[in-house]
Ligand binder design. Structure first.
Ligand code: 4UV
Length: 516
């Protein structure tokens, strides 16, 4: 049984991501494309388009071209978009990174993606410069100024013309985010220009983002939800994208009011914080018309509480990095009629199946099954990992590792997660990575990590550890905390005699999860 979108298929334009989103920049000219919610710094559509061209020329003059990768380590700021489109204009792909990653984690991603240039932000330029030096990356640019890196503005000022390229949008990778997918450690996800162009025009069919809109962008652009759904759907619509470097309820609400934000995008911890924030009613949120949430499960009671405070419905979207990311959305026209708690309906050009996990057998209508999705937004594959690609995509069907249900109206619910991935505040935490760090501790003999419920994060990693006599829990927790980004920290630890495993040696994570 194949489920299809109720919306008719849309035509997918043939060009690059930059051509799609900045092709009409001339029309929007002096209109702000991006505004920094903290500093007020503004980048108009014309400045973005011209800057991207100039930056592409600057990067090309450094020898960056098709097949190359530019690392981007920054919080949200208007110049983020400039760096992205300069790199794409040179024919390169961007590999985005979370600025809170440790030097070791950044180095790993730069190495895996073979990045040639690193573009970073002022607050993390020191760390970026250290990592680049360690990995022999000669070119480090900063969006702003820092003594350890060259100003990105220098690339724009060189007077180099952007190269004429003949990229094939179906094979040229535009973005290379890292995701653990259904199993193992984080892998590079090869998203082509066509994948992203497709996803933008697909979601546009259900959402009317237009020049009158202001989109709040606090969810990070280094995550695909922020990159595609917030930043680029905003630019495609000719809207203004309001960047905020971090979520802090009062500053966020003040920014929504001051900039008359019309569309807000949340992850579940933000909804929870807004549901409980003391002074929401003091802010004028009358411009807010649509609020979205995604990246992890969202409680219906919390949703309703936050809706009452904000005076605006909150509806969920769903997707994954491997699908550029959107596959399900609540259309603007159905905002009032689509139930809270659901993830809405399929985006156009997207098909879905629900199967018995691990099989190719469909479940009966109305029953829960593993969600498979197919469409032009599904990645080309993982970087340098044909085995993981082959087990994740079969006959074009992307195995999401999520358990879903669909009703008679074509509305989907995500009811459980089958894959080992843990989502802390919507951020990916791969158990396999934490297990490798735990096993590197000299006193740890075996380890397994699963997600357990966590008030603030939704869920958080818990480690089950087999250790030598005398090893202290605090020492093991510290060992991990020193080696991973703060959001990946193991937040609970239990010593056990053995880790339950299948006859083939696979950790029986469900058994551990049920023990909690
Ligand atoms: O790969 P990733 O980190 O990707 C995301 C994407 C989130 C999106 C995408 C399009 C939207 O319109 C939107 O609102 C949000 O997070 O993680 C993918 C996994 O996150 C879980 C699920 O396990 C995915 O496989 N997930 C994402 N959205 C939801 C969710 C949701 N609404 N409810 C429950 N789990």
């Amino acid at each position: 049984m194949i489920y299809r979108s109720p919306l008719p298929d849309v035509e997918i334009p043939g060009g690059t991501l930059t051509e799609l989103v900045l092709g009409t920049a001339g029309r929007h000219g002096d209109k702000p494309a991006l505004v920094d919610g903290v500093t007020g710094e503004t980048l108009t559509y014309a400045e973005l388009a011209e800057g991207a061209e100039a930056g592409a020329g600057g990067l090309a003059a450094l020898g960056v071209g098709p097949g190359d990768v530019v690392g981007l380590l920054s919080h949200n700021q208007p110049r983020y978009a400039l760096a992205v489109h300069a790199a794409l204009g040179a024919g390169a792909a961007v590999t985005p990174m979370n600025p809170v990653l440790t030097a070791g984690e950044i180095g790993k991603q730069l190495r895996a993606s073979r990045a040639k240039v690193l573009v970073t932000a002022e607050p993390v330029a020191e760390k970026a410069a250290d990592v680049a030096r360690e990995h022999g990356i000669e070119h480090v640019y900063v969006l702003g100024e820092h003594e350890r890196a060259r100003p990105f503005a220098e690339l724009l000022a060189g007077g180099n013309a952007a190269p004429r390229l003949d990229l094939d949008p179906e094979t040229a990778v535009a973005v290379l985010p890292f995701s653990s997918g259904t199993t193992g450690a984080a892998k590079g996800v090869r998203l082509t220009h066509r994948n992203l162009v497709a996803n933008l025009v697909q979601t546009r069919a259900g959402w009317r983002v237009g020049p009158g809109d202001v989109q709040a962008a606090v969810l990070p652009f280094f995550h695909i939800y922020g990159f595609t759904i917030i930043l680029h759907s905003g630019l495609l619509g000719g809207a203004t994208v309001l960047t905020l470097p971090r979520f802090e309820p009062d500053a966020y609400l003040a920014a929504l009011a001051e900039h008359r934000v019309t569309r807000a995008y949340f992850a579940p911890p933000m909804v929870l914080a807004l549901a409980n924030a003391p002074d929401v009613e003091n802010y004028d949120l009358s411009a807010l018309r649509y609020a979205f949430c995604g990246a992890a499960p969202l409680d219906v009671e919390v949703t309703e509480r936050a809706e009452r405070r904000l005076g605006c419905r909150i509806r969920q979207g769903y997707g994954m990095t491997e699908a550029s990311p959107g596959t399900h959305q609540v259309y603007d026209d159905a905002f009032a009629t689509t139930p809270a708690g659901s993830v809405g309906r399929l985006s156009p050009n997207t098909e879905a199946r629900l199967v018995q996990p691990g099989t190719d057998t469909d479940v009966a209508p109305g029953e829960d099954g593993e969600l498979l999705v197919r469409g032009p937004q599904v990645m080309l594959g993982y970087l340098d990992n044909p085995e993981a690609t082959a087990s994740t995509i079969t006959d074009g069907w992307l195995h999401t590792g999520d358990i879903a249900r669909v009703d008679d109206d074509g509305v989907f619910w995500i009811v459980d997660r089958l894959k080992e991935l843990i989502k802390y505040k919507g951020y990916q935490v791969a158990p396999a990575e934490l297990e490798a760090v735990l096993l590197s501790h000299p006193g740890v003999l075996d380890a397994a990590v699963v997600g357990v419920p966590h008030a603030e994060g939704g869920e958080a990693p818990k480690a089950f550890v087999v250790a030598r006599r005398g090893v202290e829990a605090d020492d093991v927790l510290r060992w991990v905390a020193e080696r991973v980004a703060p959001y990946k920290k193991v937040r609970a630890l239990e010593f056990v005699d053995t880790i339950p495993k299948s006859p083939t040696g696979k950790i029986l994570r469900r058994v551990l999860k049920e023990r909690g």
